[in-house]
Ligand binder design. Structure first.
Ligand code: ADP
Length: 319
């Protein structure tokens, strides 16, 4: 393979730039020409491609977001859109495409491969919600951002002896809440995968209060319900001074952690190696600290496991 392209698609995540850098530089090391596609699939349809060199990806490993920009594109969901994308790639004599994004972006990449164009996916999303990889790119940074926020909220919670309900991202998957809750010392963690009993959450708060706890932090994934609903229930049942914080998009941004820079670099290099070997229709992932390649079919049919042990551990430590 002599010419490949790379794009970022769907929700952005810290570490995407490290992956773009690795794709470009590994490609160059393999005597390939590497094109960057701007604005995801929308830019691909518009022919927004530029030849990258080692310098075009200099000084980006530490930056959040994606220098290639990202988008959502309805036209690409259609057969005609996918055909047009392949024509654009072929017109530029590009033979393989690396797609950095989430599940939706991989469904698009899979369609291209079904139509005969080789693609490899790199899982980039803060939600850690992609089967076939134990970690997605951006998740570690997002968890660190959340615990930094929790630590700050804890200061004011203690000073005012308040209960705080903190809403974090995760519509279907509670990993951000679970990891940040455990490492931030939250009193309760509410995630979509495990049903919670509000009575139990309230009982734990009251028990803590009786033992002299000065503050309490409850972490709730956005997929459970809005934090204000939980806040109102707590206030009504306990009478405690209860405040709500919704962290929102700050969780998506920021300089990637060392782990995400490392993961992006390893994912990017392996994606190029796979294309070089003639493999396609796969996503790179990490399992037991080894970089693996999983078919898109296995990704789409895979089931995410909830870490019940971690959930129980968090409960047993926040007494
Ligand atoms: P993410 O990759 O973060 O899950 P989206 O679900 O928004 O983000 O997907 C990003 C883009 O991928 C969409 O805007 C669309 O262009 C493309 N895409 C998503 N699902 C499909 C699909 N089923 N078939 C073809 N393309 C898709």
């Amino acid at each position: 393979m002599k010419r490949i392209a790379v794009l970022t698609s769907g929700g952005d995540a810290p570490g995407m730039n490290a992956a773009v850098r690795a794709v470009v530089r590994r490609g160059i090391a393999c005597d390939m020409e590497v094109y960057g596609v701007y604005h995801g699939y929308a830019g691909l349809l518009d022919g927004q491609l530029a030849l990258m060199n080692a310098g075009s990806v200099g000084d980006i490993i530490q930056r959040g977001g994606t220098i290639l920009y990202t988008s959502r594109c309805d036209e690409f969901r259609t057969d005609a859109g996918q055909q047009k994308a392949i024509e654009q790639l072929k017109a530029n004599e590009i033979e393989g495409l690396v797609v950095i994004g989430g599940d939706g972006s991989f469904r698009g990449a899979h369609k291209l491969t079904e139509k005969g164009f080789p693609t490899i996916g790199i899982p980039g999303t803060i939600d850690n919600d992609i089967p076939g990889t134990e970690m997605t790119l951006g998740f570690d940074t997002a968890v660190n951002t959340v615990i930094e926020a929790i630590d700050k909220i804890r200061d004011t919670a203690t000073s005012h002896e308040r209960t705080y309900v903190v809403e974090v991202m995760g519509r279907h998957r509670g990993d951000i809440a679970l990891w940040a809750g455990l490492s931030g010392g939250a009193e309760s963690i509410l995630i979509p995968e495990i049903e919670h009993e509000m009575d139990e959450v309230i009982q734990r708060l009251m028990d803590g209060h009786r033992r002299g706890k000065k503050h309490s932090i409850i972490i709730v994934s956005e997929g459970v319900c809005s934090a204000s609903v939980i806040g109102d229930q707590i206030k009504e049942a306990t009478g405690f001074d209860t405040r709500v914080t919704v962290l929102g998009h700050v969780q998506r941004g920021g300089s990637p952690s060392a782990y995400d820079r490392m993961l992006g670099s390893r994912f990017g290099a392996r994606a190029v190696d796979l294309l070089q070997k003639g493999e396609a229709g796969r996503m790179v992932g990490i399992q037991q600290n080894r970089i693996v390649a999983v078919t898109f079919d296995d990704v789409f049919n895979g089931v995410l496991k909830t870490d019940n042990e971690m959930y129980e551990l968090s409960k047993s430590l926040s007494i």
